[in-house]
Design a protein around this ligand. Structure first.
Ligand code: PHE
Length: 524
């Protein structure tokens, strides 16, 4: 922390104290940010991605992506939130008068993702319950797609709600709405302060068991055996950058929002590093646990790990892992631990997604936090049940995810960097701000890196857009791809265009909430 506060802000106080909610302290902030970062992306996405993209060799692009893009963009987002003190649209509006739409674009992505991220948590909740009776043990694949999801035909659309999916989904939404309604301090913060340590315990126990199973070493070896030829494949690099962005919740407006609840004069980059390394460590732990377990399964079945089916995608957690559990001594217990971990990790991420949406509406219209949270939650819950708990929900989930998460998010990241550094020209200001409040100074190289990352993101965006436009996706019919794939992008764009046209609540520029730039100006 630097010695003197910015002029106009009394030492140790916040100009906006009393108006904006705050984390109770640094630990709470770190746990909440880790809660957002550590999610389904670590437990199930990371191991599959690593395995598919060069095994041990994937660690190289992954670490490069973490250091060159993950950490610098995390600094940028937290810097924007902390300096400009607002939800994504408000902070971006303060960055530049032409930046508000970027924040709404992020909020729209959060809204879309929230609708189906919840569904996966709901599956995990069901599977937690099934673990006690080992219902899925006889035929994990048939059980998941048939008995449980009652999956219909690909590329079709039904509104046949599957009660077994809808019920846990409603429960998850109810819990989410409750936590949001309790407020930042009593709800969101408490969930993370309890949930994250608990997750470390449940997943830690599971990991210890998994790596001590017979055959575990073979699985871990399969994960880490490097295929160096993968390093020359641009898709592997794109996958690594994509994984880092998703996993650190970057370019969703989440980290802007969370950092805006940090007190004005408080360390930002230090906690950001803790979050980044904590998150990657968790991914690595998950890699060891999941592949240890797969090594065991392969040994039991007398095949090699590479010949196992269903290592990537949805089936890893809901088909392949249940097959492991079925063969494990005391499998029900470890099954329960695994699915409880998924629920915990998912819930703390989901809360960050929903808080980002709710904060945006509170800032824009001056709405009451509780009522906003409940309204946003109920609208999302209804759409989520109607769209994704049906017999064709899985296909919809997969399609919407491709376009919003793989394409939308890259556009959102480019737009954020462009608005902050190229249009708003806030680079030096943010660098000074972060250096002044944090434990270490950021050099100019930080800004250079962020600019380079932006160029890389443009490449990623173009290559993904071209492949989706020319090759379609997963053999789905054209109408389906147009409506639910490109339609999702159109929705994101529509929100980004329309929301900035609406008027801000009147006091948004009021100095009680927002000290003038002169007041905030820090010594160089
Ligand atoms: N980072 C979370 C995960 O790894 C996902 C997430 C994305 C959370 C976007 C918040 C916002 O699962």
């Amino acid at each position: 922390m630097s010695s003197s506060p910015p002029p106009g802000v009394a030492p140790g106080t916040d100009a906006d104290a009393g108006k904006r909610e705050h984390w109770s302290g640094q630990t709470a902030f770190i746990l909440a940010a880790i809660g957002s970062a550590v999610g389904l992306g670590n437990i199930w996405r990371f191991p599959g991605q690593a395995f598919e993209n060069g095994g041990g060799a994937f660690m190289i692009p992954y670490l490069v992506a973490l250091v060159t893009a993950g950490i610098p963009i995390l600094f940028l987002e937290m810097g924007i939130g902390h300096r400009f003190r607002g939800s994504a649209p408000l902070a971006m509006h303060r960055v530049t008068r032409r930046g508000e739409w970027v924040g709404w674009f992020h909020v729209a992505i959060c809204f879309v993702i929230g609708l189906y991220y919840t569904v996966i948590i709901a599956w995990a909740l069901s599977y937690f319950y099934f673990s006690f009776g080992l219902d899925y043990a006889d035929d994990p694949g048939g059980f998941f797609l048939g008995d449980y999801l009652q999956l219909g035909e690909a590329g079709s659309l039904t509104f046949d709600v599957v009660p077994g999916v809808a019920l846990p989904l409603v429960l998850i939404w109810g819990l989410t709405i409750l936590v949001l309604a309790l407020g930042l301090h009593n709800g969101v913060e408490r969930l993370n302060v309890i949930g994250i340590p608990l997750l470390v315990v449940t997943f830690g126990m599971l990991a210890v068991r998994a790596v001590t199973l017979p055959g575990a070493a073979d699985g871990i070896e399969a994960l880490f055996t490097p295929d160096f030829s993968a390093l020359t494949d641009p898709d592997v690099w794109v996958a690594a950058y994509g994984q880092v962005f998703f996993s650190l919740s970057l370019a969703y407006g989440v980290m802007i929002t969370y950092a805006s609840y940090r007190r004005r004069r408080s360390n930002v980059t230090g906690p950001a590093l803790v979050v980044a390394f904590g998150n990657s460590s968790f991914s690595l732990l998950a890699g060891l646990a999941v592949f240890g377990a797969l090594g065991f399964l392969a040994t039991q079945e007398g095949v090699s790990v590479a010949d196992l089916e269903g290592i990537g995608g949805v089936s890893l957690s809901f088909v392949t892992f249940p097959a492991v559990i079925a063969q494990m001594p005391a499998g029900w217990f470890f099954g329960a631990l695994f699915f409880a971990s998924l629920v915990l990790a998912g819930l703390t991420s989901l809360i960050s997604i929903m808080q980002t949406i709710s904060a945006a509406f509170q800032d824009k219209f001056g709405w009451d936090p509780r009522r906003t949270a409940v309204t946003v939650g109920i609208v999302s819950a209804i759409l989520s049940v109607i769209g994704f708990s049906t017999t064709t929900g899985l296909y919809l989930l997969d399609t919407v995810d491709q376009w919003s998460n793989q394409l939308g998010i890259v556009a959102g990241a480019i737009a954020m960097i462009g608005a902050a550094l190229w249009i708003g020209r806030r680079g030096t200001e943010l660098r000074r701000h972060l250096s002044a409040v944090s434990t270490f100074r950021l050099g100019r190289s930080w800004l250079v890196l962020v600019n380079v990352v932006a160029l890389l993101l443009v490449y990623m965006f173009v290559s993904k857009a071209v492949s989706l436009a020319t090759e379609g996706y997963a053999d789905l019919p054209t109408w389906y791809v147009l409506v639910f794939g490109w339609g999702t992008v159109a929705f994101l764009a529509l929100v980004a265009v329309v929301m900035p046209m609406l008027r801000w609540r009147r006091d948004v520029e009021h100095p009680d909430i927002w000290p003038t730039h002169e007041q905030l100006e820090l010594e160089p």
